[in-house]
Structures are given as structure tokens and as C-alpha cells.
Write a protein of this length. Sequence first.
Lengths: 67, 199
Amino acid sequence: MADDKTKTVEGEDRRGFLRSLGVGAVVGTAAIATGAVPAAAEEEPAKEGTGYRETEHVRTYYDLAKF
Amino acid sequence: MPSRPVLDVSEEEMARARLYNFIAALLSRPPTQLEIDVASALSGDSSLLGQALTRVATAARATSVDDAADAFQALFIGLGRGELLPYGSYYLTGFLQEKPLARLRSDLGRLGVVRDADVSEPEDHVASILEVMAGMIEGHFGPQLTLEAQKMFFNAHVASWMPHFFKDLEENRTSPFYAALGCVGARFLEVEEEAFRMI
């Protein structure tokens, strides 16, 4: 429906919007000193597209630690 | 394994995924000490969502693992049932495992998402759906899904009921921590709804 140029502009609007409404607030506040985080070193197992696991502790910790 | 096409996922989009995962993690099981510590360390900006995140942090600092486990039990498990039933089907029809669950399963099937064999919860549990939203952004189900595809799924399976659930969670009198989390969920979905309108 929109051409590429319009889409780019919309993308920028969207990013600015997300940021201004607090979603951006979680960006860059990663520095949480949780030595307990089982280091991002613990690689997430490679998954194929069909895999869905309800609770992925490793990923969750990793993601939480990035706040 | 062939490399997946990677969309330009901006930091803001990845922040959405982290928020979805954060809320999902806290609604899927009682939190660990680590998760409480991480929640305690959050600090939001002055936006409504930011204030809600700050509120979660304040509540988390006053919560122990045992408190949170008791609250989780009372809210979501209970004797027979918890205070809240965090399932899409229940919110949409008043009954569990009704047509909305079938529609969700059909849409998940199209996305190539299947329930883990170890999981007995129906897929329309709030945490499952939030994890799917995160997975679509991060590309856990193959290629990252476009915002248009995310929007369709969001409108069908999130916006249709989850704001009501988060309102109920926010208004619970059992746990200030989960009430604050309900506030984060509610404010975040408002932002998401608005942002999806822009595309």
C-alpha cells in the first residue's frame, strides 16, 4: 500500500514514537550488575523454525539482563 | 544451516521483544531471585510505560522469592483456580479451550509454532502469546516477521483480550508486584496498539 519511501518515513516515525512512549526507555539501560546472570556465553541451542519452548530460562535471563 | 534473511530490526524493535519476554517470564512461573533482582534494577523514564517500569522495580525491591511464589500461586493457580484465569479463550468467551484457542492454534500452525511437548498449558495462556510476539520480532520461528504480520497476530490474539487481563492484574489486591506488572503490561499494549496503527 505504501511505497518504499513512505515506509521508511513511517519506520522512523514509529521508532521515534516507541522511544518517546517509553519503549526506548529500556534501550541502553543494560548495565545491570547481576553477576549471577549465567553469562550470555551460554549459547542458546540452535533452533529450527518450528521450535517453540514455553520457558527458555537461558534466553529469558539473557534478555532480562539486557534491560 | 542457510543464513536467515535478517530484517533491519532497530534497537526500538528489539526493546519491544525484550519487554514481551520480560512480562512473559514473570507470568509463566514464579520468579527466581535473579529475575526479582533484574526487575528491581529497572528504571523507566517519565512516560507512562516508564513510570510503570519504575513501579515494578519499587515493588520488586519489596518482594522476596517466597512472597512472589505465594502471590503467583494465589493469582494464577489457587485451590481449584486462581483469582485470575490468564487465557484468551476465558476472556473472550467465559470458558476455557473454546473457539479462540482453536483460532490461535491455526494461526500458530501457519507461523510454524508448535507447543513444546513438556508444556501442558494451552497455547492461549498470556505468557505463551507474549512469547510468540517476542519470537516474531526476534525471528525465533524462522525469518523475523514483518510488522504487518505482527500487527495481524497482535490484533487477533493480543488486543482482543489481553488489555482486560492486564487491567484485572493491575487491580488485584493480593500482590503489589503483580499489580505493577499488570500496569506495565497495560501501558505497553497501549503503546503497541498505537504504534501498529502507524504502519
